[in-house]
Design a protein around this ligand. Structure first.
Ligand SMILES: *Cc1c(COP(=O)(O)O)cnc(C)c1O
Length: 399
């Protein structure tokens, strides 16, 4: 008897994620196929990563051309795509703040947690160590990023973690004001909380966070790893707030599936890290930065900001039409919805059975973060199947 792929996975990979739901073999646009040839509409996009879907020609071409030309150079040397991407990101940041982002600079890494790790180290260079972070936030799994993540189940096995971190309820500006002092190095917030099942803060919260941090000379740091790069219908989710932060971290959607992280510091924060303070072997790799440039180019060329807004609104309205959905949150194509029962695992399994990939971040919440190129027919197919998915999962209408 030859072992199956899932058996081989279980025998050879550390059990950090539990058993995988499927073994995928191929993707095209917002569709993927499993090892048995079954087709799925991907409404999760590799968790908000595959902005251009699977196998986008512009991404394939950019990566292929760059790899043929120059693959890896180390940070003793510079490459053109690295410089061009940094310039492009700075241009987008300046634009998103209406010109209010003086002297921004970028540090490239390979993942979200690394982008946050670099930013965390940067905050230490202020001479202060205290960081204020929101409860229910997710900032990554390395020791530094984990120290900034409140979730007890993630933290407990790895204590002691770097300290002097205060957790406050997300969206509560008064709690934030009470926690921040003249000793605070930074306040770290997601403009919308992703892993928590998509929480949108009250109007004015980010602006209050800006006032509070400015008053105490602390840095305002937005983790845009999940929300950034067109996901919410804007280049950055903070854009809508009119706030200019001091630090922005990016990853997920930036490389369209090629690993890359970016830490962007604005104004005087841009010069806090000095030679020798931080480093990386792969960060800023020519292939990864060429991939990200292609992603940004396609988003602009195909107006995917607008597409995320339009398609997101249709998806939100469509799923909300079923009375078993009690609340829908989010912006653009980062969508969280609450079910009337704790059945998100069953609903996710029923969706998969019917050929749709969705995600269940909490027992009663579903998250959608599809490729920005999700087609109208795919949206309508999912919405048409949605009531039957809830039926199959045994979710009953609230009386
Ligand atoms: C995914 C995520 C991270 C961690 O990114 P990794 O690439 O998994 O290390 C950090 N912050 C937020 C908001 C995220 O969504």
């Amino acid at each position: 008897m030859t072992a199956t792929w899932p058996e081989r996975y279980a025998a050879s990979l550390m059990n950090t994620f539990g058993p995988p739901k499927l073994v995928l073999t191929r993707g095209e646009g917002a569709h993927v196929w499993d090892e048995h040839g079954k087709e799925y509409v991907d409404l999760l996009g590799g968790i908000a990563v595959n902005a251009l879907g699977h196998g986008h020609p512009a991404l394939v071409e950019a990566v292929t051309d760059q790899l043929k030309t120059l693959g890896h150079v180390s940070n003793f040397f510079a490459s053109r795509p690295q410089i061009e991407l940094a310039e492009k990101l700075i241009e987008l940041v300046v634009e998103s703040t209406g010109g209010g982002a003086p002297g921004a600079k970028v540090f490239f890494s390979n993942s979200g947690t690394e982008a946050n790790e670099a930013a965390f180290k940067l905050t230490r260079r202020t001479g202060r160590t205290h960081v204020v972070v929101a409860e229910n936030a997710f900032h990554g799994r390395t020791m530094g990023a984990l120290a900034l993540t409140a979730k007890e189940a993630y933290r407990a096995p790895f204590e002691p973690l770097p300290g002097n971190v205060t957790f406050v309820p997300y969206g509560d500006a008064d709690a934030l004001a009470a926690a921040v002092t003249d000793e605070t190095a930074a306040v770290l917030l997601e403009p919308l909380q992703g892993e928590a099942g998509v929480n949108v803060p009250p109007q004015g919260y980010l602006a209050r966070a800006r006032e509070i941090t400015t008053e105490h000379g602390a840095l305002l740091w937005f983790d845009e790893i999940q929300t950034g790069i067109a996901r919410t219908g804007a280049w950055f989710a903070y854009t809508e707030s009119g706030v200019t932060p001091d630090l922005i971290t990016l990853a997920k959607g930036l490389g369209g599936g090629i690993p890359i992280g970016a830490t962007i510091a604005l104004g005087s924060a841009a010069d806090l890290l000095e030679p020798g303070n931080h480093g990386t072997t792969f960060g800023g790799n020519p292939v990864a930065t060429a991939a990200a440039l292609a992603v940004l180019h396609v988003i602009e060329k195909d107006d995917l900001l607008q597409r995320a807004t339009t398609v997101g609104a249709r998806l939100r309205d469509g799923v909300a039409a079923d009375p078993r959905v009690t609340e829908v949150r989010g912006r653009g194509l980062l969508i969280g919805l609450d079910l009337c029962a704790d059945a998100s695992a069953e609903v996710t399994a029923a969706a998969l059975e019917q050929g749709f990939i969705i995600n269940n971040p909490t027992p009663n919440r579903i998250r959608l973060a599809p490729p920005l190129v999700l087609s109208d027919p795919d949206v309508e197919a999912f919405l048409a199947a949605w009531p039957a998915i809830l039926d199959a999962a045994g979710v009953e209408s609230p009386s």
